[in-house]
Design a protein around this ligand. Sequence first.
Ligand code: AMP
Ligand code: MG
Length: 392
Amino acid sequence: MIGEEEAREKIRSAVVPLPETEVSLGDALDRFAATALLATFPLPPFDNSAMDGYAIVAKSAGKNARLKIVGEQPAGISKDFSLSKGEAVRIFTGAPMPIGGDAVVMQEETLREGDFVLIQAEKVSVGEFVRKAGGDLAVGQQILKRGDRLRPATLGLLASQGIGSVRVGAQARVAIITTGDELAAPGQSLRPGEIFESNGPMLASLATKTGVDVAMRRHCPDNFETLCTTLRDAVHQDAVILSGGVSVGEHDLVREALREIGAEIDLWHVAVKPGKPFLFGKRDRCLIFGLPGNPVSAFVTFLVFVRPAFLQMMGAIDPSLPRANARLTHEIVGDETRPHYFRGALADGVFTAIGRQESHAIFGLARANGLLRVRPEARLSAGSEVEVLLID
Ligand code: AMP
Ligand code: MG
C-alpha cells in the first residue's frame, strides 16, 4: 500500500499532455488554453456613451441650461460630430462620443423642446456616463494564460477582442467499463441477489464535468475473456476507467486481465479512505484507472486521482478542486492510518458530515456538497476551522 501523495505523484509523472488543437469559441467551453494571449486593442475601443441621452460639454450645463441639439449619434456608425459649449448631440448607449463632448446627460434628466434640450440635472461632471477608450482593458494586457480554463466570461472577453477561435489542449477520450455479475442496468428487472449498476452513470457524468469525452461505455460480467476483449477495445482511448473487480477476491479479475493484455500496473492499494483498492497502470499511452466498486469509493478516488490526471492531460494549470473555508458543527475523528474523506453538507460557512460514512452509502453522498479530508489520527473539535473541497 502506498501513500496518497506518492500515488498522485506517480500518476502525475505518467501523464503525457495531449496535443494542442484550434477550436472555435463555440467549442471551447471548459477547455484549457494552450497559449497566452495579449489584448490587441483597447476595450472599449473608443469613447462612447453609457446611456441614452445627450452628449454635451460638461461646463455648459448648469441646472436648466438650454442647449441646442446639433445632431443625432446612434450606435454603430461614427458621424464625427464636433460639439461646442451650449450644444448637445442626441446620443444612444454605445454610440461614439462627439469630438469635444465630455459628458452625457441621461434622457431621464432632460426635457426636449423641439431643437433644444433642457438639462434637469443639478450638476453634470466631466466624464459622466462616458465610457473611456481603454477604461476596461488596455492594449498589451494579458487576457489569457496558458492553462486557463475557458469559462463563459473568458469566451466573451476573447470574442470582444475579435477572436473567433483559440488554441486549446485536446479533449481527452475515456472508456468506462463497469464490472460485476451482480449488476443489472437501471430499467431492467432485478433477480434475487442483484443490484442496479450505478457507477456507470455517475463516473460518466464526473468525466463529462471534467471536460472529458466519454467515448465508450461497457458493462462486463466477471468473466475473464469478456473483460480482456473489452479492455483491448478500450485501450485505444486516452484513458480507461474501470469500476469494481480490483479487490482481492476470486471474482476480482481486473488485475489479471490487465496483465493479460500487456498493461503495466504502476500502483495498487493506496492509503485513502474510502478507496483503498485503487489501481493505476497504463498500456502504451493509455492510462488505466481501476476504481473500487463501492460507489462512494469510486466517486472519491475519481476526484482525488482521476480528475487531476485528466486536467493535466488536457493542459489545465490548476487541477485542484474548488475549496471553501468552514467551521465544523461537530467533532470529527480521523482514521488511524489513512486520510479519510468525509462527505458532508456545507451551508452558510458550516460543515456537517452527513449520512453513513461508509463506502457503499450512496444516499449520503448524493446529499453531500463537500468533502473534508481528515488526516490520520486527527481529532477535529466542533467549531474547528476546516477547508472543504467542493463537489456538486
Ligand atoms: P467490487 O469492487 O467489485 O468488489 O465491488 C464492491 C462493491 O461495490 C460490491 O458490493 C458491488 O456490488 C458494488 N459495486 C460494484 N460495482 C458497482 C456498480 N457499477 N454499481 C453499483 N455498485 C457496484
Ligand atoms: Mg465485483
